[in-house]
Design a protein around this ligand. Structure first.
Ligand code: GDP
Length: 336
């Protein structure tokens, strides 16, 4: 193989999977739902088929705008996404709504997706709504959601919205898979400080203060606080200062303003190459996350590691072995 030549991944689609691929490309919702179920399956043979299906669809992905929306439960995410979705459909667009909610596998119920949410939107032909996969860890949930996003793109959706709750690591994870990450906030003074403490402000490309209808004055105060907070940070891009907008999802006010910012963001970052560079960086970091977790799994299943790990763990705990010596001894087992 020449050094410059890309290795060809083996893929041979069965005729059933080819039909699935064709159905996804033709924008058939049933085929899309089936393909997502395939990627969410934990069965080894399903996973292999899923990767082949994804590879076949990869050339048709990447055309959508990927937007992350995060907010605490009750911030108004589903109300907002529904209002935005209906508005986008009126503009002739198709949208897919996916969710990252690792709590769904822990509690058995999801913060995001079980009740009848987005009722209007779910009845629309132009919208595709899929709850969070219950694949276990945040990493597992995120991986499936990333792949589902690619399937939705191949199926012709122009806008992909990935919703997540404002708790734990899920926000950073979602920010790492979308083009534009938006924080949905309530007009409560003090909330901004929490977000700053959690380091969330740094990853926001836009801050949206919802429920502006409840108290316009308080909303204006909170907006000013957010602007100050964002002003103190060095922006991620020299070409984009994250805006702070206010809206009322319930009364469908400010939806067009939101979208105007999404368009401005693309207009600012696409000509400079930053938009494409962000996606490249995300794709590579996804690859490395998979390599890391694959290696970790390989390590944990290695027979000599399994045989010696308990004793070495105890030895480190009791201070008889240094963590480094234990780690190198265990890693050495992989060589044989
Ligand atoms: P989620 O948990 O973030 O998805 O929040 P929901 O969309 O379920 O909204 C929580 C509650 O806030 C619901 O009762 C909504 O009707 C209400 N709500 C959402 N947006 C607004 C808004 O702009 N103004 C007012 N007054 N209430 C809202």
């Amino acid at each position: 193989m020449n050094l410059g030549e890309a290795p060809v991944l083996a893929h041979s689609l069965s005729s059933a999977d080819q039909t699935l691929v064709d159905g996804v490309l033709a924008g058939q919702r049933r085929a899309l739902a089936k393909a997502i179920t395939l990627i969410e399956s934990t069965r080894h043979d399903h996973q292999q088929r899923a990767q082949q299906v994804l590879n076949a669809l990869l050339p048709s992905t990447g055309k959508a705008i990927r937007i992350g929306i995060s907010g605490v439960p009750g911030a108004g995410k589903s109300t907002f996404i529904e209002a935005l979705g209906v508005w986008l459909i009126e503009q002739g667009k198709k949208l897919a709504v996916l969710a990252v909610d690792p709590s769904s596998s822990v509690s058995g119920g999801s913060i995001l997706g079980d009740k009848t949410r987005m009722e209007l939107l779910s009845q629309r032909e132009e919208a595709f709504i899929r709850p969070s996969p219950s694949a276990g860890s945040l990493g597992g949930v995120a991986e499936k959601t990333r792949e589902a996003m690619l399937l939705c793109e191949a199926s012709g959706y122009d806008v992909i919205i990935i919703e997540t709750v404002g708790v734990g690591q899920s926000e950073t994870t979602v920010a790492g898979m979308v083009d534009m990450f938006c924080l949905l906030q309530l007009p409560n003074a003090g909330d901004d400080l929490q977000a700053i403490k959690k380091g969330i402000v740094e990853i926001a490309d836009m801050v949206v203060i919802n429920k502006a209808d409840i108290d316009r004055q308080a909303t204006a105060v909170v907006r000013a606080q957010w602007r100050n907070a964002l002003h103190m940070l060095r922006p991620a891009s020299p070409n984009w200062a994250p805006p702070v907008i206010t809206l009322s999802a319930l009364h469908k006010e400010g939806i067009a303003d939101f979208w105007e910012q999404v368009e401005k963001y693309q207009a600012a970052l696409k000509p400079t190459g930053e938009f494409a560079a962000k996606r490249q960086h995300q794709a590579l970091s996804w690859m490395w996350q998979l390599i890391d977790s694959g290696l970790r799994q390989h390590f944990r299943h290695h027979p000599r590691v399994q045989a010696n790990l308990p004793a070495l763990t105890r030895s480190v705990e009791q201070g008889h072995t240094t963590p480094a010596a234990a780690a190198y001894t265990l890693l050495d087992y992989l060589k044989h």
